[in-house]
Design a binder for this molecule. Structure first.
Ligand code: FAS
Ligand code: PHB
Length: 390
C-alpha cells in the first residue's frame, strides 16, 4: 500500500500524530502490535497538562474529556507534619486534568475508526527499510497472517521504549543518556472513592507515596518500592497498611477498598538520539523515558507528536523541509526540560537508602516550596506544562 506517513505504534504519540495529520489532509497508516482492547486497557498515565487538553479539544477529540475529565487546580505536597497545597491558577494561570491515558487512547482510536482510517491491530514482524532514502517502507504481517508493505514519504517511530524503530538506526549513529533509579512504583487501582480532592505527593521516611484517582469512585495510588521487590510479596493488606502509614496526616483518613489492579513499574530517565535519521522520525517513549513522578511521559509524547505533525504538514506546504530539519533540536528543548523536572521531582520525593544528609536536603527543598512563591511557581509552571514551542 502507499501512504504519506507510516506510523509504527498506536500509543498517545502515534494516535495524536495520525489525528493531527488527518485534520490537515495528510494521509497516514498506523500499525500496532497489540489488540485494540489491550491498548485501551493498559494502565499508564493519569494527568494531562493544560497544553495537552487544549490540543485534544482544538483538534476535535476533547468532548468526553470535557464531560468526564477532572480539572485539578493544584497538588498537595506532604512530609511529616505538613500538607501543603500549591494553587496552580494562582501561581501560573494554568491547571491540569485527571483523565487516564486509557481514556485518551479510547477517544483517539474511536475517532480513527469512525473516520474509517487505516489502523492495523495485532500486527507482527514490523520492520522499517530504506530509511536513508526518499523511498522508505514499513513491512509487517497483518492479523490475518498476510505480508504487507507500506510505501511512504516519512516513517514515524512511535513504538515506545521497547520498539523496533530506534534500534533500526545504526548503533554508530546513536547516542543515549540513561539513569536507572534504585526504586520503582507499586501502583494500585482501587474501588474506593478518593480521599483527597487533588493529587497528594508524600515524602515519608518509609518511602514515597502518592494518592491519585481516575473518577469519583476509583482511586489510583502508588508506593515507592525497591527494584528487587516482587508483587507477590505485597498483599492487599500490606499495601493498604503502608499507604495509610505514608499518607497519614492529622485527622485525615484514607478510604480503602477492593484492589482492581496492581503492578510494579521500574523508573528510569532515558534519552536516545537522533530523533531523526533520514526519513525516520522518533516521537514519545521511542526517543525518551521519564520517571512518572512529574506526570510528563504522556504529555511529552503528545508534544513530540504535535511538533512532528506541524513539521510534516509544513513539508507538504510552504515550509518545505525546514521544520523537519529543525524537529530534533526543537523537540529536545522540551525533552531535556521535562527530563530535568521529572528527575527533580523524583529525587526530592523518594528516599534513597538511609543517607541523613540527602534526607535533610529533600526536606529543605519541600519546606522551601511551601514558603517561597518563586519556588512554588517554578514547580507549577513545569507541572502544568510549558507552552508548546517553549
Ligand atoms: P507507548 O508505549 O504508549 O506506545 C507505543 C505503542 O507501540 C504501544 O501500543 C506498543 O504496543 C506499540 N508497539 C511497540 N512495538 C511495536 C512494533 N514492533 N510494531 C507495532 N507496534 C509496536 N506516564 C505518566 O505521565 N504517568 C504515569 O503514571 C505513567 N505510568 C506508566 C506506567 C508504565 C508501566 C509505563 C510503561 C509507562 C508509564 N508512563 C506514565 C509513561 C507512559 O504514559 C508513556 O510516556 C506514554 O505511554 C508514551 O506514549 P508513546 O510514546 O505513544 O508510547
Ligand atoms: C496517575 O494518576 O497515574 C499519576 C498522576 C501523576 C503522576 C503519576 C501518575 O505524577
Amino acid at each position: 500500500m502507499r501512504t504519506q506517513v507510516a506510523i509504527v505504534g498506536a500509543g498517545p504519540a502515534g494516535l495524536v500524530l495520525a489525528h493531527l495529520l488527518n485534520n490537515a489532509g495528510v494521509e497516514s497508516v498506523i500499525v500496532e502490535n497489540r489488540s485494540r482492547n489491550y491498548i485501551q486497557a493498559r494502565l499508564r498515565a493519569g494527568v494531562l497538562e493544560q497544553g495537552t487538553v487544549d490540543l485534544l479539544r482544538s483538534s476535535g477529540v476533547g468532548q468526553r474529556l470535557d464531560r468526564e475529565g477532572l480539572r485539578h487546580d493544584g497538588i498537595y505536597l506532604q512530609w511529616p507534619g505538613t500538607r501543603q497545597h500549591l494553587d496552580f491558577p494562582e501561581l501560573c494561570g494554568r491547571s491540569v486534568w485527571v483523565y487516564g491515558q486509557t481514556e485518551v487512547v479510547k477517544d483517539l482510536v474511536a475517532a480513527r475508526v469512525a473516520n474509517d482510517l487505516p489502523l492495523y491491530f495485532e500486527v507482527s514482524d514490523t520492520a522499517v527499510h530504506n530509511i536513508e532514502t526518499d523511498l522508505p517502507t514499513v513491512t509487517f504481517t497483518d492479523a490475518d497472517g498476510n505480508a504487507q508493505t507500506i510505501h511512504c514519504d516519512v516513517i514515524a517511530g512511535c513504538d515506545g521504549s521497547h520498539g523496533i524503530c530506534g534500534p533500526a538506526i545504526p548503533a554508530s549513529a546513536r547516542r543515549t543518556w540513561a539513569r536507572d533509579y534504585p526504586y520503582g512504583w507499586l501502583g494500585v487501582l482501587a474501588q474506593a472513592p478518593p480521599s483527597t480532592d487533588e493529587l497528594l505527593y508524600a515524602w515519608h521516611p518509609h518511602g514515597f507515596a502518592m494518592h491519585s484517582m481516575r473518577s469519583p469512585s476509583i482511586s489510583r495510588l502508588y508506593l515507592q518500592v525497591g527494584v528487587a521487590e516482587r508483587l507477590q510479596d505485597w498483599s492487599d493488606d500490606r499495601i493498604w497498611t503502608e499507604l495509610t502509614t505514608r499518607l497519614a496526616h492529622e485527622d485525615w483518613e484514607l478510604t480503602t477498598g477492593q484492589l482492581l489492579d496492581k503492578s510494579i513499574t521500574p523508573m528510569r530517565s532515558f534519552v536516545s538520539l537522533p530523533m531523526r535519521y533520514g526519513r525516520l522520525f522518533l516521537a514519545g517513549d521511542a526517543a525518551h523515558i521519564v520517571p512518572p513522578t512529574g506526570a510528563k511521559g504522556l504529555n511529552l509524547a503528545v508534544a513530540d507528536a504535535k511538533l512532528l505533525a506541524d513539521a510534516i504538514i509544513g513539508s507538504y506546504g510552504s515550509s518545505g523541509a525546514s521544520l523537519l530539519d529543525a524537529y530534533q533540536e526543537t523537540a529536545l528543548r522540551r525533552v531535556w526540560r521535562c527530563m530535568h523536572f521529572s528527575w527533580w521531582m523524583t529525587s526530592m520525593l523518594h528516599t534513597d537508602g538511609d543517607d541523613p544528609f540527602a534526607r535533610e536536603l529533600q526536606l529543605a527543598q519541600l519546606r522551601y516550596l511551601s514558603t517561597s512563591r518563586a519556588a512554588a511557581q517554578s514547580l507549577a509552571e513545569n507541572y502544568t506544562g510549558l507552552p508548546y514551542g517553549w
